[in-house]
Design a binder for this molecule. Structure first.
Ligand code: 9D3
Length: 262
């Protein structure tokens, strides 16, 4: 998987891509990231990338010329089945796990990071194949969005995660097909009692079948509590209610008789 990032802040990505999963994917040769400085495609002495908006108004707009020339130089002939030019913008459809899986099918993705008040609309109309927003809030530019997109896709590239099962199972225990967002179960580690709060007893029991059932119930209960907006949550709620997860939870407050394994 090859990513191109087109930005006026090339140094922005040093942090996000030099750590963790993305860095490992790059080191393993499974992910390739090329960062391109938009100013390299300006032709004037001052390397101007922006200009005032026609019709007046606040702020500056990214000029089309450096963006078009950059994209045409980076991807000279675009194969729409394998390459995609994406404009990160506050106005695009929201990026989600389903979009990450869709883009994983491509060989090469060029992410255009907007800045200032916006990008000349002809970039959206005639240069980018699609637009992506990462959420309904105002950011200062597309760089953080591009980093999010690269991270989410890179961890799906086969072999990038140590344990290949992880990417498939996490948050998709039974929602992988239709893109339903299914939350993971709660996790605990030592000590078994921390500041008086106990780990649910079943997790210390060694009863794998009981643990599996508890984890499923707890995941559903947590999702319906924290994400009632998700469609699966209402079904989850019913199941959690029937199976009485809340009853399981009350054991949190009781001190454990079991020895602290620490
Ligand atoms: C309401 C007028 N403008 C806000 C001051 C609109 C606007 C222009 C430019 C809002 C954001 C931006 C810059 N944002 C991005 O380039 C961006 C973004 C975002 O703001 N939110 C979520 N995802 C993304 S991806 C790129």
């Amino acid at each position: 998987m090859k990513f191109h990032l087109l930005t006026i802040f090339p140094e922005f990505f040093r942090g996000p891509f030099e750590h963790g999963v993305v860095a490992r994917g790059v080191a393993a040769g499974l992910v390739e990231i090329r960062i391109h400085n938009l100013r390299d495609w300006t032709s004037d002495f001052h390397k101007t990338v922006d200009d005032r908006p026609f019709g007046g108004g606040e702020g500056m707009v990214l000029k089309p010329q450096p963006l078009f020339e950059a994209v045409e130089a980076i991807l000279p002939e675009r194969d729409p089945a394998r390459q995609r030019v994406i404009l990160l913008s506050a106005h695009g459809p929201l990026f989600d796990q389903r979009a990450a899986r869709r883009l994983l099918e491509l060989k090469e993705v060029l992410l255009i990071c907007g800045r200032y008040e916006g990008v000349d609309e002809r970039v959206s109309e005639h240069l980018a194949d699609e637009e992506i927003s990462i959420g309904n809030y105002v950011l200062s530019g597309g760089e953080l969005g591009a980093a999010v997109v690269v991270d989410a896709i890179s961890r799906l590239v086969p072999g990038v995660l140590g344990n290949q099962d992880s990417a498939l199972h996490e948050s998709f225990s039974d929602g992988g097909e239709d893109g339903e967002w299914v939350l993971d179960c709660p996790h605990y580690t030592r000590p078994a009692v921390f500041r008086g709060w106990s780990v649910p007893e079943v997790l210390l029991s060694g009863h794998h079948e009981e643990i599996r059932k508890w984890r499923r119930r707890a995941a559903l209960e947590k999702m319906s509590r924290l994400r009632p907006d998700l469609q699966a949550a209402s079904a989850a709620d019913r199941e959690a209610g029937e199976l009485n997860v809340k009853g399981t939870e009350s054991s949190h407050d009781q001190p454990l008789s079991a020895e602290d394994p620490e």
